[in-house]
Design a protein around this ligand. Structure first.
Ligand SMILES: Cc1ncc(COP(=O)(O)O)c(C=O)c1O
Length: 361
């Protein structure tokens, strides 16, 4: 068999995420932030573009971006590692797990979790194990989790969780797992800015060598298309991560944008608060519709259990131009849920609510 045949066979076994071109008026399926005006972001991108020389490699821009993020988190710039989105950070952590135990490494995540953890783990030929979140308590069984954590090279916790939008573990529970784990514990906080009460795991990475916090500019800063993510970790783990990434893997424009966006933090904070208001408005409106069950969310999306109205809601939403996302097997094999990103305005929320009401009858 040729190497191409071997690879083709091997990768056929793994599901990869294939981005689809969406045909909808209201794209509410990928948790993008459409509240931030496109024109504001374009203006910042143009300013950033004028400040860079694209002919030269991005060394200074990388250092400046690391310094700006270090100031935000009150850490040393050496503790910041930049990536092309949180996905790239996740993938790099998986490469490290694989290096720690070639071909045999085990990766643990909660069930449900962000699907990329599973698909990328399997694509790399590693073992993927899960610890279930209970449908009613929305918590995992801590004993099961701790036991599985002790045999894993890498553990992902998305806090808040995607797709539930909830916080399955508190900081004390996470800290206990970090203490007992021999592997790296990655706390994926791409939605952290939507936890109105504030949430920070950064002090954990200051304390533990094996803890890493993943952040992104996709969800709160409306820059999913620019692919900006980063990890904050101990200096030791950050140095390992830096050694395992290419020296110039981030482009200059994205690096410069990090600095420009952080300079305008107050404006972005205003839009984050607006998303939180819209989310809570949509939550109230959906919970008024009997018999829908809506999960309280700490993100920019809501998870909905529509029971027997599931298919009709999806159908009607689709017919009316709303892209919303179906999830199957969230807690158990046969269950069905719908995840809806917070729309950009109250009018869009109201329009969607009308469609849902029609579907429920
Ligand atoms: C929990 C979680 N982590 C990471 C990501 C990926 O973020 P990024 O756009 O920065 O790659 C997502 C995107 O939906 C997510 O939900």
């Amino acid at each position: 068999m040729s190497v191409v045949d071997i690879l083709d066979n091997e990768l056929r076994k793994t599901q990869t995420y294939k981005p689809k071109e969406r045909k909808c008026i209201y794209p509410l399926d990928l948790n993008e932030n459409l509240v931030i005006p496109k024109e504001l972001l374009q203006e910042i991108i143009i300013e950033a573009a004028k400040e860079i020389d694209p002919r030269t490699y991005p060394a200074k821009e990388r250092r400046e971006a690391e310094e700006a993020l270090a100031r935000v988190h009150n850490v040393d710039p050496e503790q910041i590692v930049l990536f092309n989105g949180a996905d790239d950070a996740i993938d790099t952590l998986l490469n490290l797990a694989s290096q720690a135990n070639p071909g045999k490494a085990t990766v643990l995540a909660l069930k449900p979790s962000f699907t990329i953890y599973r698909t990328r783990t399997l694509a790399k030929g590693l073992n993927y194990i899960e610890s279930k979140i209970d449908r009613d308590t929305l918590k995992p069984d801590l004993r099961d989790l701790t036991e599985k954590a002790s045999m894993s090279e890498l553990i992902f916790f998305d806090i808040p969780n995607n797709p539930t939008g909830t916080i399955p573990l508190d900081r004390v529970e996470i800290e206990e797992i970090i203490e007992k784990a021999r592997g790296i514990v990655a706390i994926d906080e791409v939605y952290a800015q939507y936890i109105a009460e504030g949430w920070e795991s950064i002090d954990l990475v200051k304390k533990y060598d094996n803890a890493a916090t993943i952040r992104s500019f996709s969800k709160s800063y409306g820059l999913a298309g620019m692919r900006i993510g980063y990890i904050v970790s101990s200096g030791r783990l950050a140095s390992i991560l830096k050694r395992s990434t290419l020296p110039f893997h981030m482009n200059k424009l994205a690096l410069r944008l990090i600095v420009k966006v952080l300079e305008r933090n107050d404006i972005f904070k205003k839009y984050i608060d607006e998303v939180i208001d819209l989310r809570d408005y949509m939550y109230r409106k959906l919970t008024e519709i009997n018999p829908l069950k809506v999960y309280r969310s700490y993100t920019n999306f809501l998870l909905l259990d529509a029971g027997k109205h599931h298919s009709e809601i999806l159908k009607k939403a689709h017919e009316n131009g709303y892209c919303i996302r179906e999830f199957r097997g969230v807690f158990d094999e046969d269950d069905k849920y719908i995840r809806i990103t917070v729309p950009p305005s109250r009018e869009t929320v109201d329009g969607l609510i009308d469609v849902v009401k029609q579907a429920v009858g």
